[in-house]
Design a protein around this ligand. Structure first.
Ligand SMILES: Nc1ncnc2c1ncn2[C@@H]1O[C@H](COP(=O)(O)OP(=O)(O)O)[C@@H](O)[C@H]1O
Ligand SMILES: [Mg+2]
Length: 282
């Protein structure tokens, strides 16, 4: 557990609940800070945020310590997140490209970060029986892996900050780009897509993200394969985490996220070839 105790400023500030997240209960803003409950992955995340600060990466909150209530204290990242109902700007191609560039900048900054000894990078997850194998590519960096519209802060129409590193772990660049495409292309059955993202040219948006990031040729050719494998695995992992942790995870499962994942898999199998063609075209 992190041992840094946060010293409160002398004038007390009110706690303002922050909506918009999917799973974490009790996220509040206090002055220029955010307080969040700590979880099994917090030691990794705190070390990661410390590394990003040392690397001079401005696109992530700073970890300031643990408050008297045992919550992590992070700097508040000013700007706008999508929220619900989803704004029309979610479809904007300039914003999409800026997401790709921000992820690239994060990867430049995170390169060289090695999780400290004794820190579990799998947050205690044991694979349930029947879970299909992971993609056969070794991790390249510690990925954020959760690039939802509510986890990216925009300023002046440009993606400027990443928040919510709760599921950060060693990952490949392809998995990182897959996460971004999942929400921003999106890789979803149109019935499940956020309304502003319905009816768009998804292969084109995947290509825009890949180009803005500067994805390698090899990674472009692996994206669909990895997306299908990760989608299949996510059905098992979401069910398991819902059982083990309850709370927001259980709520998502009850609300049908498992069926959504199955629809995504079918959609990916149908549209994978078009996505791969768009990604790898000269
Ligand atoms: N450091 C931060 N700076 C600015 N806003 C934040 C920060 N952390 C959280 N928020 C706001 O609170 C919402 C929920 O927090 P988040 O950490 O994403 O929780 P969840 O795990 O539920 O997704 C975010 O979508 C964002 O609007
Ligand atoms: Mg979030």
């Amino acid at each position: 557990m992190s041992s840094v105790t946060y010293t409160e400023p002398t004038d007390p500030q009110p706690e303002i609940p922050l909506a918009g997240g999917d799973v974490t209960e009790g996220v509040v803003r206090v002055g220029d800070t955010v307080r969040r409950p700590v979880g099994p992955n917090s030691p990794l995340v705190h070390a990661l945020l410390g590394h990003l600060e040392e690397a001079g990466f401005a696109g992530a909150p700073r970890f300031l310590g643990i408050d008297a209530a045992g919550r992590e204290v992070l700097t508040f990242v000013p700007g706008e997140v999508a929220g619900r109902p989803r704004p029309a700007w979610l479809a904007d191609e300039e914003r999409l490209a800026s997401v790709g560039r921000l992820i690239r900048a994060y990867h430049e900054a995170v390169a060289g970060f090695v999780p400290p000894d004794g820190v579990r990078a799998d947050f205690g997850f044991t694979e349930p029986p029947g879970m299909p194998p992971a993609p056969p590519y070794p991790p390249e960096l510690v990925g954020h892996l959760d690039y939802t519209p509510d986890n990216i802060v925009f300023r002046d129409g440009v993606a400027a900050g990443l928040i919510d590193f709760d599921i950060a772990r060693p990952a490949t660049r392809v998995e990182e780009l897959m996460s971004a495409m999942l929400y921003w292309a999106p890789l979803a059955d149109p019935a499940d897509a956020d309304p502003p993202l319905r009816g768009l040219d998804v292969p084109r948006r995947c290509r825009l993200l890949a180009d803005a990031y500067g994805m390698s040729g090899v990674d472009r050719s692996r994206l669909v394969e990895v997306a299908v494998l990760r989608t299949r695995r996510s059905w098992f992992s979401m069910r398991q985490i819902a059982e083990e942790r309850g709370g927001g995870w259980a709520r998502m499962w009850e609300e049908g996220v498992g069926d959504l994942i199955k629809r995504r898999e079918a959609w990916l199998e149908r549209h994978g070839p078009a996505i791969e063609a768009a990604l790898t075209a000269p």
